[in-house]
Ligand binder design. Structure first.
Ligand code: MN
Length: 288
């Protein structure tokens, strides 16, 4: 059985020690084995508190982030690229301090809508910067999950095919493809294609519905997606991600265009998502 993860923002909008302890409790009570902590500012995280909370609840930790315009490694401004390398290096360090195996998210560019397609210079900057980060990740035994996001959240890696091209250019075994069903719905030809095209470089998975709410209703064919994961022998983490205006950090909610409150009770949502994932994965496992 895959490790099932919970994105901390399902449980809390905050990142202080009390919020992390609460998120860890919610994750553990809801049946998850992993808590994914957003570390948009990796210097701000109380790593001791996070590690203690995870240990108390018997959870593995993973970290995720999206770069900003000021830390965009695909920028043509060398100052932004340097700031991005510094941030990603610190994020690798934090992930290692937490005993985490995964740093994932929008690592190759800023998280947000770009005014145009990527430039060749920007692509090359991102590749060169990621090589440095990957070398550091190798020293710390951290894996980097390159999240494939939709066109409104990046212009650089928006399909699994883009991700393969990026991985090949960087040339590091530290980099893996991170597929998110919410984004795949918009950019890939099908959930099956997303998984099959990622192939043996699929390292990390986010499951989320089109409205960022409950997994058992919506237009994403999650049952089909989970079936292909089982069929192809995917053994990595499967992390539930959900956002609602009522519960998310306002700044991140703005970046992700979370305008509506589709749910308010994160613990119930987390528990129901966990039951859904367990049920469907078990049924697919029997069917193979
Ligand atoms: Mn995601």
């Amino acid at each position: 059985m895959n490790t099932l993860g919970l994105h901390a923002m399902v449980a809390t909008a905050d990142g202080d020690a009390d919020a992390i302890r609460h998120a860890a409790k919610v994750a553990s009570r809801s049946g998850y084995g992993l808590l994914e902590l957003p570390i948009l500012d990796p210097w701000a995280l109380d790593t001791d508190a996070a590690r203690d909370a995870a240990q108390t609840e018997g959870l593995e930790l993973a970290c995720s982030l999206g770069l900003s315009t000021e830390t965009d490694i695909s920028s043509q401004d060398p100052e932004c690229v340097d700031a991005g390398v510094e941030l990603l290096t610190r994020a690798v360090e934090v992930t290692a301090l937490l005993g985490g195996r995964w740093l994932c998210g929008v690592l190759a560019s800023a998280l947000g809508k770009y005014p145009g397609p990527p430039t060749l210079a920007g692509w090359r900057n991102s590749i060169a910067a990621m090589r440095q980060v990957a070398a550091h990740a190798a020293e710390r035994e951290v894996r980097l999950g390159l999240e494939v996001v939709n066109r409104y959240e990046s212009n650089l890696v928006t399909t699994v095919a883009d991700a393969h091209e990026y991985l090949a250019a960087v040339g590091s075994d530290r980099l893996w493809i991170h597929v998110d069903t919410y984004h795949a719905l918009i950019e890939e030809t099908s959930m099956r294609d997303a998984v099959e095209r990622a192939g043996d470089r699929l390292g990390y998975v986010h499951v989320g519905q089109n409205d960022r709410g409950a997994l058992d209703s919506g237009t994403v064919d999650l049952d089909g997606f989970l079936g292909v994961l089982v069929e192809t022998g995917y053994a990595g983490p499967i992390t539930f991600e959900g956002f609602s205006r009522a519960t998310a950090d306002p700044e991140l909610a703005d970046t992700l265009a979370i305008w509506r409150s589709t749910w308010t009770d994160g613990e119930t949502l987390a528990a129901e998502a966990n039951a859904y994932l367990r049920g469907r994965l078990a049924r697919h496992a029997v069917g193979t």
